[in-house]
Write a protein that binds this ligand. Structure first.
Ligand SMILES: *[C@@H]1O[C@H](CO)[C@@H](O)[C@H](O)[C@H]1NC(C)=O
Ligand SMILES: *[C@@H]1O[C@H](CO)[C@@H](O)[C@H](O)[C@H]1NC(C)=O
Length: 371
């Protein structure tokens, strides 16, 4: 009797909480899986707008092609990679964790913890104060779980997190905003490049393991793009438009070591938790044959100034191209919405050259059969 009373009251309580959130249990089960995002400006959807920092995309022409036509904090002319992944999993875009709108049932969609300027290392992006460094993004994720738990209980929260999709994008800034930020940077005096890469990979491994410990079971991890070919680098260091060799070399060391690390983590965990996204190959495709993807250039940024529109930031005073869809780069560092769409296309259905060990369509199919 006591047992049955206990479980009935639990069901009633859960029902009560779900109805106060505007959700009934059957709908909660049918809801799209939650999506959690960690990383840097490539995936920040506006957290930095809530922080006293200069690393922000909060003025036009950022957002010129966004449905809101406003600068939302995304480093894009429109939607960014997380938005486009949300669309593919049938969900609304995840809100920035710091957004005051992230309450009630919106919490169940997941959250975006990314913050422009951060890297794997705490000392990456030192020039930006107040950004949310990787360990703090994870602390916030823990806090998020406590908030959901307070509403719906620990068991519901655990299921939500275990069944969720994750995206982590880190590493590019550990080169451009750390090792190569200034000549003779502290890290470049401490490590030769060949030793720096294994060091940041081992720190990255710790971050990913902590994410696993916090309940993540399906995690897309992007490599770095062709760092030496972005308009900012071409403008500063290239003579004839060729990619900057040193940064290309850095990316060529980082990406395969990241792949190996993810493979060994999966072996250790006995499951395909981490999925490597080869963004470098995706960008290389645009660069080697821009026309095949509808681009007139993969070297010149749409928004900016100076050679390749690669000097300084994209601001209201910058040149802006009339048709953003024909540029692979929106600003000196970040892809256009069109390029992000093509990247997400490969994330969904790319071969193992792009997605290791499998693409997102395969993951979604496997996971839906398990339910
Ligand atoms: C980074 O900072 C966090 C505290 O925010 C600390 O726990 C961690 O040990 C630091 N990582 C390294 C590699 O120093
Ligand atoms: C990727 O996804 C598509 C479905 O869109 C599937 O047909 C294809 O076989 C997958 N490729 C690999 C290599 O898993």
């Amino acid at each position: 009797m006591a047992v049955s009373f206990g479980s009935t009251s639990h069901v009633v309580l859960t029902f009560y909480l779900l109805s106060t959130l505007g959700l009934f249990a059957p709908q909660a089960e049918a809801a799209p899986r939650a999506f959690f995002v960690f990383g840097d400006s490539l995936v920040d959807s506006g957290n930095n707008n809530y922080l006293a920092t200069t690393a922000r995309a909060d003025a036009p022409p950022y957002g010129i092609d966004h449905p809101s036509h406003r600068a939302t904090g995304r480093f894009s002319n429109g939607l960014n990679i997380p938005d486009l992944i949300s669309q593919r999993i049938g969900s609304e875009p995840t809100l920035p964790y710091l957004s005051p709108e992230l309450t009630g049932e919106k919490l169940l969609r997941g959250a975006n913890f990314a913050s422009a300027g951060v890297g794997i290392l705490n000392d990456t992006g030192v020039q930006f104060v107040n950004i949310i460094r990787a360990p703090v993004q994870l602390d916030y994720f823990k806090q998020y779980q406590q908030r959901v738990s307070a509403l719906l209980g620990p068991e519901y929260t655990k299921q939500l997190v275990n069944n969720a999709l994750f995206l982590v994008t880190l590493g590019g800034n550990d080169f451009v905003n750390n090792y190569y930020l200034v000549p003779l940077s502290a890290r470049s005096r401490q490590y030769k490049l060949q030793d720096y890469v294994p060091f940041i990979i081992s720190e990255y491994r710790k971050i990913l393991l902590r994410l696993y410990d916090l309940g993540a079971r399906r995690v897309l991890v992007t490599g770095t793009g062709p760092l030496g070919c972005v308009p900012a680098e071409l403008a500063q260091h290239s003579r004839n438009g060729e990619c900057v060799a040193e940064l290309q070399y850095a990316a060529s060391l980082f990406n395969p070591q990241l792949d190996d690390m993810l493979t060994s983590l999966n072996q250790e965990l006995g499951s395909h938790v981490f999925v490597g996204v080869n963004t470098r190959q995706m960008h290389n495709d645009f660069m080697s044959n821009p026309g095949a993807y509808g681009f007139v250039t993969a070297k010149i940024a749409c928004c900016g100034q100076g050679p390749y529109n690669g000097i300084g930031l994209c601001t209201p005073m910058s040149n802006v191209c009339p048709n953003r869809d024909v540029y692979a780069f929106w600003d000196a560092f970040h892809p256009s919405e069109k390029a992000s769409r093509l990247i997400v296309e490969q994330i969904m259905s790319g071969t193992t050259e792009y997605m290791k060990p499998m693409n997102l369509s395969t993951i979604l199919a496997i996971d839906s059969n398990q339910l």
